[in-house]
Ligand binder design. Structure first.
Ligand code: DC
Length: 219
């Protein structure tokens, strides 16, 4: 049995996680936050004292991640680490090891396994291009860097006329460059993906657009 997959890729702070989770909930499907797997690998490395230079050892940890996803919580070795994996330190390390081919290969099957027992909405950078090339619907969700920075600032309670905001904007721009230009599985729109620019859309409007597209392709 092959279950349908909706792949949603896009740059950081594009809202893809929130949108993907909401679409999954509406359809009664599973949800995969693939970025969390890179973040979990990064956290596990720090716990096990493995350095990012040791690609084989990092890939081995990625293969054997003792992880459990449960109702929005994420457990590593039985400890809830949903908050911890979002720290700045882990974000940086995750982006570093996401560029290692052996780590990406180690996480490939683990990601595909999420579609083994039910429909799946998966978000990330290479869901449509590498992990689920046969997805029934592929979405590339983006928004301008300025708008994404403003959304992140709002979440963090940072005013837009501050140097802190300028820092958020420049971090986003730097991460975009890194994601787009890395040699392996770079962030790019798949040829058969629909582009949604959410710069002037609410979350509800974006979710409705994805569901609309799904109903069209499902016919
Ligand atoms: O989406 P996120 O910010 O949680 O992702 C964390 C890191 O993992 C980020 O540096 C991009 C990388 N990533 C990736 O390379 N491929 C994916 N499918 C998902 C995330």
């Amino acid at each position: 049995m092959v279950y349908p997959v909706i792949a949603i890729d896009g740059p950081s702070a594009s809202g893809k996680g929130t949108v993907a989770a909401r679409v999954a909930e509406t359809l009664g499907w599973a949800y995969l936050d693939s970025g969390a797997l890179y973040r979990l690998t990064a956290l596990y490395m720090t716990q096990q004292g493995v350095s990012p230079e040791k690609e084989d050892a990092v890939a081995d940890l990625a293969t054997h991640l003792p992880v459990m996803f449960h109702h929005g919580d994420i457990f590593l070795n039985g400890n809830n680490v949903a908050g911890k994996i979002r720290s700045e330190e882990i974000s940086l390390l995750a982006s570093q090891i996401a560029a290692l081919p052996k780590v990406r290969a180690a996480l490939l099957q683990r990601q595909r396994d999420f579609a083994k027992s039910q429909g799946l909405v998966a978000d990330g950078r290479d869901m449509a291009t590498v992990v689920f090339p046969n997805a029934v619907l592929k979405i590339f969700l983006t928004a301008t860097a300025q708008i994404r920075a403003e959304r992140r600032a709002k979440q963090l309670g940072v005013a837009l006329d501050t140097s802190e905001f300028q820092q958020i904007l420049s971090d986003i721009e730097q991460r975009d460059e890194k994601d787009k230009n890395r040699a392996i599985a770079p962030l790019k729109q798949a040829e058969d993906a629909y582009l949604i620019d959410s710069s002037h859309l609410t979350i509800d409007e974006t979710v409705a657009k994805v569901l609309d597209l799904y109903r069209q392709v499902e016919k």
